[in-house]
Design a protein around this ligand. Structure first.
Ligand SMILES: CC(C)(COP(=O)(O)OP(=O)(O)OC[C@H]1O[C@@H](n2cnc3c(N)ncnc32)[C@H](O)[C@@H]1OP(=O)(O)O)[C@@H](O)C(=O)NCCC(=O)NCCS
Length: 181
C-alpha cells in the first residue's frame, strides 16, 4: 500500500481517466474530477485501503475501498441488504482498474487478492455495470449478485457480495477468522 494515499491521487486519476474512457463507461473529465473528490474523501475514512501495481515505476493498476458499518448499503437498491451485511461490517470495493496494455496478466486478480487480504470484515461488496467485462470476471471469481442499484445519472448497476477468503461461515452461524482454521 502506498505510504501516503493522497500523494498517489493524481496518478490514480490519470489512470482512471484512461481506463474509464473505454466502453461501456465512456467517462469524461467531469467523472474523473468526481473520482478525485470521492477518493480524497474516502482516503480519510476508517478502514480505507488502496493497492497499486507498477511496471518500471509507472502506475498500471489500482484498487481501493473502505470499510462499511453494519447495515450500510448501496444507494438506490431494489432489495434490502442481505443478513451478511446487516450483521457486521463489510468492505466496499469502489474501484478496480488495470491499464488496457497490461490486462490479462493476472495484475487485476493480484490487486483484488491483496486488497481483500487481512481484512477484519467478513464480506466484501461492490457495484458493477453489467455491460462491462468486469461483471463476468467477478462472477467467475465467486462474487454473487444480490441486488440492483438504480440512481440518477448512472446506468443500472448490479450489486455483488463475496465472502472474504480466510473467513468461512460454519453451520451454526458463527464466523471464524483468519488464523483460526
Ligand atoms: C477488470 C480488470 C481490472 C481486470 O484486470 P486484469 O489485470 O485484466 O485481470 P487478470 O488478468 O488478473 O484476470 C482476472 C480474471 O479475469 C479473467 N479475464 C480477464 N479479462 C477477461 C475478459 N475480458 N473477459 C472474461 N474474463 C476475463 C482472467 O482470465 C482471470 O480469470 P482467472 O482469475 O479465473 O484466471 C480490467 O479488465 C479493467 O481494468 N477493466 C476496466 C475497468 C473495470 O471495468 N473495472 C471494474 C469496475 S467495477
Amino acid at each position: 500500500m502506498p505510504s501516503d494515499p493522497a500523494a498517489v491521487a493524481p496518478e490514480l486519476a490519470r489512470l482512471y481517466a484512461r481506463v474509464f474512457a473505454e466502453p461501456p463507461y465512456r467517462e469524461g473529465p467531469e467523472q474523473v474530477q468526481e473520482f478525485l473528490t470521492y477518493y480524497t474523501e474516502d482516503s480519510a475514512k476508517p478502514g480505507f485501503a488502496v493497492v497499486t501495481a507498477r511496471e518500471d515505476g509507472t502506475l498500471v493498476g489500482f484498487t481501493y475501498g473502505t470499510a462499511q458499518a453494519p447495515g450500510k448499503w448501496w444507494p438506490g437498491c431494489d432489495k434490502p441488504p442481505p443478513p451478511a451485511i446487516m450483521d457486521g461490517p463489510s468492505f466496499a470495493v469502489y474501484e478496480w482498474a488495470v491499464d488496457k496494455r497490461y490486462r490479462g496478466r493476472g495484475i487485476g486478480r493480484e490487486l483484488m487478492a491483496r486488497i481483500l487480504a487481512h481484512r477484519p470484515e467478513q464480506w466484501a461488496t461492490l457495484t458493477v455495470n453489467p455491460a462491462a467485462d468486469a461483471y463476468r470476471i467477478y462472477l467467475r471469481a465467486g462474487w454473487r449478485r444480490v441486488s440492483m442499484s438504480y440512481r440518477d445519472n448512472t446506468p443500472p448497476m448490479v450489486v455483488l457480495i463475496r465472502q472474504i477468503a480466510g473467513w468461512s461461515a460454519i453451520p451454526w452461524g458463527v464466523a471464524r477468522g483468519r488464523g483460526d482454521r
